[in-house]
Design a protein around this ligand. Structure first.
Ligand code: FAD
Length: 384
């Protein structure tokens, strides 16, 4: 095939596109990845960090886990702090006994790019796709027309491919915003910390021994630059109840961005020869750390279907792609909603606000004391 053709064109070099590309290359399928950013940019973009057991399985079974098995750390405990108590749940001892592997997304992306190139794949960085057609399997990138048998839209939440799939869309705005922070500081707790506080939610998530992710619930429309390092640490210490449980280990805040908590699900994620994967297929709030894990899961499902079509001319798995993925997407959305409702409550003193906060407190108390509730949490927190 010529330079501007490939069996599979993959839009986007995030976790979805790179896992898919690696699985296809291992099966000898010719594929080309188009990525609008530079290699340096995508290899340094810090986002997710918690890989579920299923993601680790997919990566391990496909020879993509050397880095994460060498440098990732197993993680198995959450701590919930509120004005009533602190309690910890060790999910290795609950549910199905599965754990997370903490491995920052930018490290995984770096590993996946190197492996894809060593498997003979091609990535065009700085190639912005402006339009996609699933019916004739063409893409326009930087005024160039590219053709393929199949197109995988892995271009994330702001990509172009989802607009080419006529589907019923279910957007959901949770009305909650988080200030997402990266601190050059070691973790302050061995657990993932969820603090429920009258001033709003605060979270602590391990990334590496020198970098920790924190979240602060803030009003919608907040300017992240209004949050100086000093203000961030004062607020985090207050909401994480440092007086009671010990001060946080502080360091420079090297990233601050607003994440508006929203979801977005479509009733189908394919059209003709175009298939959506990862954030392009569905958007999920980062509350339950499901986004990158859904991306890996869907990439595996699509890879299997494309390999069946390529090797056996069997297109039935491709026809079933939306039906295979959507129940898993809804499952993840359901748990994400459950967790959002556990961690947040409306402020104010009107009946509705007081009622909602009382429900949240009852839910939290049930999680503290009920083994059945804890098993539900553990299974859904690590699994999809
Ligand atoms: P992306 O990673 O967004 O990749 C899409 C790629 O497509 C990008 O490289 C982009 O540049 C490229 N692209 C876009 N448009 C075009 C175009 N027109 N032409 C060419 N290329 C294009 N998930 C978890 O599972 N666990 C977590 O702990 C977690 N924490 C998170 C914390 C934060 C602060 C955020 C913001 C997200 C978090 N997530 C987490 C979500 C996770 O990062 C995403 O779900 C994941 O990146 C999705 O992967 P993807 O490959 O589908 O999309």
């Amino acid at each position: 095939m010529g330079k501007n053709d490939a069996d599979v064109l993959i839009l986007g070099a995030g976790p979805a596109g790179l896992v898919l590309g690696n699985l296809l290359r291992a099966a000898g399928i010719d594929c080309l990845i188009l990525e609008r950013r530079s290699r340096e940019h995508v290899e340094n973009r810090s986002r997710a960090g918690f890989l579920a057991a299923n993601s680790v399985r997919v990566l391990t079974e496909n020879g993509l886990a050397d880095g994460l098995l060498r440098n990732g750390a197993e993680h198995d405990t959450c701590a919930f702090r509120s004005d009533r108590a602190e309690f910890e749940l060790n999910y290795r001892e609950l549910g199905r006994g599965e754990v997370h592997t903490v491995y920052p997304q930018q490290f995984l992306v770096t590993d996946l790019i190197a492996e894809f190139l060593s498997r003979g794949g091609e990535i065009r960085f700085g190639a912005e796709v402006s339009s996609v057609s699933g019916t004739d399997a063409t893409v326009i990138a930087d005024d160039l027309l590219l053709r393929a048998k199949y197109i995988a839209g892995c271009d994330g939440r702001r990509g172009v491919s989802r607009r080419s799939v006529p589907a019923r869309v279910f957007p959901r705005d949770h009305g909650i915003s988080w200030l997402a922070l990266l601190a050059e500081a070691p973790p302050s707790m061995s657990a993932t910390g969820y603090a429920i506080h009258e001033r709003g939610f605060a979270g602590h998530m391990t990334r590496t021994s020198t970098v920790t992710r924190y979240y602060l619930e803030v009003p919608r429309g907040e300017d992240p630059d209004d949050w100086t390092d000093e203000r961030v640490w004062d607020e985090l210490n207050l909401r994480m109840r440092a007086e009671q449980y010990g001060p946080l280990k502080q360091g420079a805040i090297v990233e601050r961005r607003i994440v508006d908590m929203g979801s977005h699900v479509m009733d189908k994620i394919q059209r003709g020869n175009l298939f959506l994967v990862g954030d392009a297929a569905s958007l999920i709030s980062p509350a339950a750390a499901k986004g990158a894990n859904l991306a890996v899961l869907e990439a595996e499902i699509l890879a299997r279907a494309l390999i069946a079509a390529h090797r056996k001319k069997d297109t039935a798995p491709l026809d079933r792609y939306s039906a295979e993925c959507l129940p898993r997407i809804w499952h993840a959305q359901e748990f994400s909603h459950w967790l959002i409702n556990l961690l947040h409550g409306p402020s104010g003193h009107d009946d509705e606000a007081v009622f909602q906060r009382a429900l949240r407190d009852a839910r939290l108390e049930s999680l503290r004391v009920s083994r059945a509730h804890q098993d539900f949490f553990a299974e859904n927190y690590v699994g999809i």
